[in-house]
Design a protein around this ligand. Structure first.
Ligand code: NDP
Ligand code: 2IT
Length: 448
């Protein structure tokens, strides 16, 4: 082991000791540490101020009980979380996830990642994440409403338009954000931009629904262009069928790609004719209105459904993991490379395991990590906050243009910090570019 590897292992051993059993959190920190610890050799000022050690500890963790009553009159209890990671460069900002089985470790990994991602957007936003082990599936609208009201009855004292601004994530879409915002407004007796992803009638922004998926495709477009290629005429596979996946597919179709697959928690569909704009409308209605399974798509269009499978074995030029963490294994990555996949852009947070990232980076496959590729969502949330503060709304075209510009800037920052010998390491580029801005702010504040 050389000195840098020893330094990395020493750092990680301490982190693991302080956060026992939190594997996804260890994984997220190690991925960033791989880039930052060697970089610190060039920045002794950051090293002496222990900036990275401090950034590996959240500012604050809030956990609370959420009691609510279901439609049968049973009393139910869930746990609520908000991990406020860093407000060094702006108020805490990041989504809420409602999914059964989530733990504190998941929110710590997401809050840590969010801090670097938000910095990378160039907007003044700190990092946070939160949510609950509440499972919105198979619940009535009224049950979801009662849960959201109870959840916000505690969360509201910890957030605010200049303090912490939550948004959606897995299991938290327009319906949930609306219930949460309504309850905040009622408790605080204030109409402010305290949540993003709101409905257009009450302070929401055009393009926010589309932003993460569109942004992910824009990142792929820039990455391919930088290497003399384009999206037009390529085949693509997308995992997930939720918010991020739907608008990734929409933008891919618009830019001339043929999308062969989507997936959900029940399995994956393979549509060799391609998912058309009309079929995508079916998926949107299926997922956001009826809340059904992709097995219905398979029946409707007579295509194959692979139960419990992800789409990575289907040969395609481009791959977009847009469902959840650790959904691309090392073997999946090998399969993708073997089938000639030329680009991967991560719409989900940390969908590829570290060994899978290594496979992509050793291959000609271009790889855009989540904190760069999915930053369009939170960036547009930042634009929603700006519009709320100014009490005005920008047009759809203006917002799309701003999102396009922000994604191009993110690509540029990755190239600036990640290019050497004609090859761009987008992982290193995103990590260092995200880190530097937060580190400079922390240096300026002194020790805290
Ligand atoms: P949604 O809840 O809208 O959709 C999630 C999709 O992924 C659903 O189709 C769901 O299946 C599927 N899924 C979830 N968990 C699993 C699992 N364990 N195995 C297989 N499939 C699964 O969430 P989003 O689209 O908003 O989020 C997707 C990813 O993108 C997450 O990693 C999130 O953190 C990330 N992200 C989201 C942003 C946003 O703005 N929404 C911004 C940046 C990142 P089913 O339909 O069966 O429930
Ligand atoms: O992971 C993410 O960036 C999000 N879920 C969006 C967060 C936000 O505040 O819009």
């Amino acid at each position: 082991m050389n000195r840098q590897q020893t330094g990395l292992e020493h750092f990680m051993a301490g982190l693991v000791r302080r956060n026992p059993g939190e594997e996804v959190f260890h994984q997220a920190v190690r991925e960033v540490a791989n880039s930052i610890i060697p970089f610190l050799k060039t920045r002794p000022d950051y090293k002496e101020a222990s900036i990275f050690e401090r950034l590996s500890e959240p500012d604050r963790v809030i956990m609370f009980r959420v009691g609510w009553e279901d439609d049968q009159g049973n009393i139910r209890v869930n746990r609520g979380y908000r991990v406020q990671w860093s407000n060094a460069i702006g108020p805490y900002k990041g989504g809420l996830r409602f999914q059964k089985d989530v733990t504190l470790a998941v929110f710590k990994f997401l809050g840590f990642e969010q801090t670097f991602k938000n910095s990378l957007t160039g907007l003044p936003m700190g990092g946070a994440k939160g949510g609950s082990d509440f499972n919105p599936k198979c619940k009535s609208d009224r049950e979801v409403m009662r849960f959201c009201q109870s959840f916000m009855s505690e969360l509201f004292r910890h957030i605010g338009p200049n303090t912490d601004i939550p948004a959606g994530d897995i299991g938290v879409g327009a319906r949930e954000v609306s219930y949460l915002f309504g309850q905040y407004k009622r408790l605080a007796n204030q109409f402010t931009g305290v949540l993003t992803g709101k409905g257009l009638a009450f302070g929401g922004s055009e393009i926010r629904v589309e932003a993460t998926g569109y942004g992910c495709v824009y990142m792929m477009e820039d990455m391919l262009k930088h290497h003399g290629k384009s999206i037009d005429g390529k085949t693509a596979i997308v995992s997930g069928a939720g918010n991020v996946a739907q608008y990734t597919v929409e933008k891919l179709i618009e830019l001339g790609a043929k999308v062969l697959a989507m997936s959900d928690s029940s399995g994956c569909i393979h549509d060799p004719d391609g998912i058309s704009a009309e079929k995508l409308e079916y998926v949107k209605e299926l997922k956001t209105v009826r809340r059904g399974s992709l097995t219905e798509y398979a029946k409707e269009y007579g295509v194959k459904f692979h139960k419990g499978k992800r789409p990575w074995a289907i040969a395609a030029d481009l791959a977009f993991p847009c469902a959840t963490q650790n959904e691309v294994s090392e073997d999946d990555a090998r399969e993708l490379v073997k089938n000639g996949c030329m680009g991967v852009a991560e719409g989900a947070n940390m969908p590829t395991v570290q060994a899978g990232i290594d496979v992509f980076q050793d291959a000609p496959t271009l790889f855009a990590p989540s904190k760069a590729a999915n930053a369009g969502g939170v960036a547009t949330s930042g634009l929603e906050m700006t519009q709320n503060s100014m009490r005005l709304s920008w047009s759809r075209d203006e917002l799309n243009e701003r999102l396009r510009g922000i994604m191009a800037d993110i690509h540029g920052r990755c190239v600036r910090y990640g290019e050497s010998d004609g090859r761009v390491d987008y992982v290193q580029g995103a990590n260092i570019a995200g880190f530097v801005k937060v580190a400079d702010a922390m240096l300026a504040y002194g020790i805290m």
